[in-house]
Unconditional design. Structure first.
Length: 398
């Protein structure tokens, strides 16, 4: 739901009723993960999707029916069997559960706060009871660091229990379900809470104001990174040359990096090709808790760079963190193709991908990335539909 925050904020402020259909559970192969939503508003507009097309039409119809009739929250289940392969279901073979909820005009100030926080790129979490007693089903709370909690799940003690769970999820910037109730000694009937989290956009720091950097900045923005381009040459480091960067900085790269707050989601891409810049910059970057460090250059350049980095005091453990030559082997030649190669490696590293063709038999859907690099992606009234139980780079980096 939070992925559509900007559009939903407009509808809340315009007092337009709408229905959200949000993925809460996935089993097996499925195109979308928990938190993905399809929204239908009272004006007939449709936003988002929950399946990449497999069951979206059926979900859309259910949303329209909720807008026009019974507003009680409910769960839809979609799966696949050989018997109903041509019916409504997930042809990829998985099973998903989707929670439908009606949002009335002006009735949820907490959600307006949440949507506004996402638009402002502030950390926020929305927790919704998606399985449990009718008195709690569909209720939400909104949690923001250092701010009062908004909304209620229907009971003060339950809110306190939920906030503890939500705070942990928000710190990890993860979206998923949490079981509460019995385990927390709160009540005899368990409840399931969907926690949707939004954290500030991860950073992509690109060093070197070159054509490859301009192409990579555009892809970084497309992948929802906050992109910075840094270069000590004021003539080349200009906003006009990098329209997709959030900021363009004229400074020595190692000095600029030393002033920045970074974390496990930060990406550092060194495209400078200049030893007097590369060595101090990579020496600093490889000792920081960033998620990815890559450097452009030919294999000969890489070997010469390794010698200089060892002379600068970097250990073999630190050097193994360096992705160089940067990118995956896709046969790239142009700056745009090279940027795609780099972006593909960043995504594969973040999510634990192999970089192999999918037809080779590797799993289609991974849900977690490698340690230290966070992945950035059932209730009452249930309705069942078809239920069943070596990286390298071959492009030019001279």
């Amino acid at each position: 739901m939070l992925e559509l925050a900007a559009e939903l904020l407009t509808r809340v402020r315009g007092r337009t009723p709408f229905v959200t259909a949000t993925v809460t559970s996935v089993q097996g192969s499925a195109p979308r993960q928990p938190g993905a939503s399809l929204v239908v508003d009272a004006d007939g507009a449709v936003l988002g999707n929950v399946s990449g097309g497999c069951v979206d039409a059926a979900v859309h119809q259910a949303c329209q029916e909720m807008l026009q009739g019974d507003h009680d929250p409910r769960t839809l289940r979609f799966g696949y069997t050989d018997d109903d392969a041509i019916g409504v279901g997930l042809t990829c073979g998985g099973t998903i559960e989707i929670f439908l909820r009606h949002h009335r005009a002006g009735g949820e100030p907490g959600l307006e706060t949440a949507y506004a926080a996402v638009v402002g790129d502030e950390p926020v979490a929305v927790a919704t009871i998606v399985r449990g007693p009718d008195a709690h089903l569909g209720r939400t709370i909104v949690v923001r660091p250092g701010r009062p909690t908004e909304g209620t799940l229907g009971d003060e003690q339950l809110d306190e229990v939920a906030v503890r769970h939500v705070t942990g999820a928000l710190h990890a910037a993860t979206t998923g379900t949490v079981e509460i109730g019995v385990a927390d000694s709160y009540c005899q009937e368990p409840m399931t809470m969907l926690v949707e989290c939004h954290g500030p956009a991860p950073r992509m720091l690109i060093f070197g104001a070159v054509d490859h950097a301009a192409a990579l900045a555009r892809l970084g923005a497309f992948l929802h990174y906050r992109v910075t381009v840094c270069d000590p040459r004021a003539t080349f480091a200009t906003p006009t040359r990098f329209p997709y960067a959030d900021e363009v900085v004229v400074d020595w790269p190692h000095r600029y990096l030393g002033t920045q707050r970074v974390d496990g989601s930060t990406v550092v891409c060194v495209l400078t090709h200049d030893p007097k810049i590369d060595v101090p910059l990579l020496t600093a970057a490889l000792r920081l808790p960033v998620g990815y460090v890559g450097a452009m250059g030919s294999r000969r350049t890489h070997e010469q760079r390794l010698v200089r980095l060892r002379e600068a005091g970097l250990s073999e453990v630190e050097l193994r963190r360096l992705h160089s030559p940067i990118g995956l082997d896709i046969g790239a030649r142009t700056p745009q193709e090279t940027a795609l190669s780099i972006a593909a490696e960043i995504v594969a590293h973040r999510l634990g991908g192999t970089g192999l063709p999918l037809r080779s038999g590797v799993p289609l859907h991974r849900r977690v990335g490698p340690p230290g690099f966070p992945a950035w992606p059932t209730g009452h009234h249930e309705h069942s539909v078809g239920i069943t139980r070596p990286r390298s780079f071959s492009g030019s980096q001279e």
